[in-house]
Design a protein around this ligand. Sequence first.
Ligand SMILES: NC(=O)c1ccc[n+]([C@@H]2O[C@H](COP(=O)([O-])OP(=O)(O)OC[C@H]3O[C@@H](n4cnc5c(N)ncnc54)[C@H](O)[C@@H]3O)[C@@H](O)[C@H]2O)c1
Length: 427
Amino acid sequence: MKKKETLTRRNFVKTTAAAGIAASTFSIVNAESVRGTRANSMVEVGWVGCGGQGTRDAYLLEKTGKAKIVRIADYFQHRLDAAIKVDPKRQKPDLAGINPKNVHLGVDAYKAVIESNVDAVLLVTPPGFRPEHFRAAVAAKKHVFAEKPLAVDVPGCHEVLDAGEKARAQKLSVVVGLQRHYSKAYRACKQLIDEGAIGTPVMAHSAWDQGDLWKDRRGKREDWPSKMDYEVEHWYFFKWLCGDHIVEQNIHNMDVINWMLGARPVRASGFGGRLVRTDIGEIYDHFNIVYEYSNQVLLNNTCVQIDGVRGDVSETIRGTKGVFTTTAGKGGTGGARIEGVYDRKKAETPLIYHYEGDDDKHYDQEAEAFVNSVRGEGEGEDKYRNDTKYGVESTFMAILGREAAYRRQTIAWDELWNTNKRLTFKR
Ligand SMILES: NC(=O)c1ccc[n+]([C@@H]2O[C@H](COP(=O)([O-])OP(=O)(O)OC[C@H]3O[C@@H](n4cnc5c(N)ncnc54)[C@H](O)[C@@H]3O)[C@@H](O)[C@H]2O)c1
């Protein structure tokens, strides 16, 4: 934020709290007008976790022209160096002039970022650290852009939900990196489904099936100074950091099903295992889960990371009057459409809706929505974003599926929600 700004909501809250002024003794400036003072000012962002997705998010925040990355933190020095290095071939935030005092190293480096005077934080570490970072950010009254998933275990979900409510109460913006919510095509489908375009939903399918990934990150334990360093670098393959790939990746697809249905499941049953990827870590390489909703709608969800398996990244809901279905098209959203009931006498399936155009850039739109929300300039549903509730629900839904598969049992939503097992680093 430009330093000459007279009153931001954050310093307003801090100042009044410090002065011990009772709310009843003065007229409280409403959040909208406080945010209004931010117009024309640059949102200063602290970036925690300088890897692949963080680079994309940080770049897109700066691309809005209304936000600037001013502090960075990472567990590893080589990540900080890579983040700062100028590389015209890559889309990166411009960190060439960053003050070395604003570059923080180590597992606790996030504290220096969050406790500084930044307006907002971008949290893009492995998700095992997310609840701790998210809670600290809200406690420090920062706006939060947090990548998905929001946690890897049940206590983490509770913590983020609680912090998200505190953020809401303070009118802090929270955007969660479930970017399909920022797609024009998905949003149009959601509106049409709410208006009855597919009739009564009957059954659903979601999938993130692909080949093996991170083949270039398969180092050996002995090449790293400590077990912790090794696992953090190879976080994808360790449950306490990743949550397993059903949580880390497949969350996107089940999140869409919940969003479109306007509901969450009541129980899950499923299976999975380590069929092929046995050379590293402990996560599974395939899951197949059935989720049941209270209206008897069943969701069949699969996620596979095994070479040779036919790819499928999609969400489908079949109803009595039509089908909502998606395929990962351009920018991940190009395939979202609604089809009418197939008539066997006609060659083609009637198309009720599909997005025309090539400008549905959900990542860009998500970054723009976050910055606008922080500045009090959002429009419509993006006015003041707080994605915590659905972000936690989708995270928890994926954890529910994972646990059903690990235990080979049917588990009710409420039963798991009321447990407290943490996934932690084992020395
Ligand atoms: N929304 C999307 O489409 C999308 C896509 C990819 C990844 N993601 C999410 O983004 C997050 C990061 O994924 P990635 O692919 O960028 O991984 P990555 O390994 O490329 O980056 C993670 C970074 O965090 C750093 N880090 C680890 N622990 C840390 C700590 N305690 N403090 C500070 N830094 C720490 C690592 O050193 C690394 O630089 C994950 O939650 C992932 O699920 C989202």
